[in-house]
Design a protein around this ligand. Structure first.
Ligand SMILES: C[S@@+](CC[C@H](N)C(=O)[O-])C[C@H]1O[C@@H](n2cnc3c(N)ncnc32)[C@H](O)[C@@H]1O
Length: 151
């Protein structure tokens, strides 16, 4: 599942590697561009709420450059035990002049870890201090976590 997939670069990347990918976004326009792009890609236009995702189950849920803390618990619930949860977005303390300015859309310290509370953190990287905008980590943090088998 690619949450708020936008133009779908990540969703397509995963579909091309053999995953069946739900690619959801509120924008009809971006979703219409993903129609028929790949046989394993399932685009859908909707306002993503916790209720919209929590009854589904996925091996991997990715949320990139989108921040809605109200989804965090539903994302863990919707991940299969042993499955992966990935978040990447901009941080509130970012030194690079990049990404949104509205603090509601920026990660607070510790927020990514709180989203995957109870899961095993496999990797975490914080590029808050990176100013070189050519660096894909500039002003961003990401986390990759695995839901426990018994969770
Ligand atoms: C900055 S883009 C990120 C796109 C993509 N994930 C990426 O990393 O390139 C944020 C996306 O969130 C979508 N979005 C905003 N609010 C949403 C909502 N309530 N439900 C679903 N998608 C939403 C927007 O339409 C936009 O495509």
């Amino acid at each position: 599942m690619d949450i708020a997939c936008g133009s779908g670069a990540n969703a397509l990347y995963l579909a091309e590697r053999g995953l069946h990918v739900d690619a959801w976004d509120i924008s009809d326009v971006v979703v219409s561009h993903l129609e028929n792009r790949h046989p394993r890609l399932y685009p859908r236009a909707l306002d993503i709420t916790a209720a919209a995702i929590e009854n589904s189950r996925y091996d991997l849920i990715l949320t990139c450059h989108y921040l809605d803390p109200s989804l965090a618990k539903a994302i863990v619930r919707a991940t299969h035990p042993g499955g992966l949860i990935i978040y990447q977005t901009f941080t509130a303390g970012k030194k690079a002049d990049i990404g949104p300015r509205n603090p509601d859309f920026l990660l607070k310290p510790g927020q990514l870890e709180s989203f995957v509370s109870g899961c095993r953190v496999l990797r975490f990287e914080d590029g808050t201090d990176i100013v070189d905008q050519g660096n894909p980590m500039a002003g961003r943090a990401y986390i990759i976590a695995q839901k426990n088998i018994d969770q």
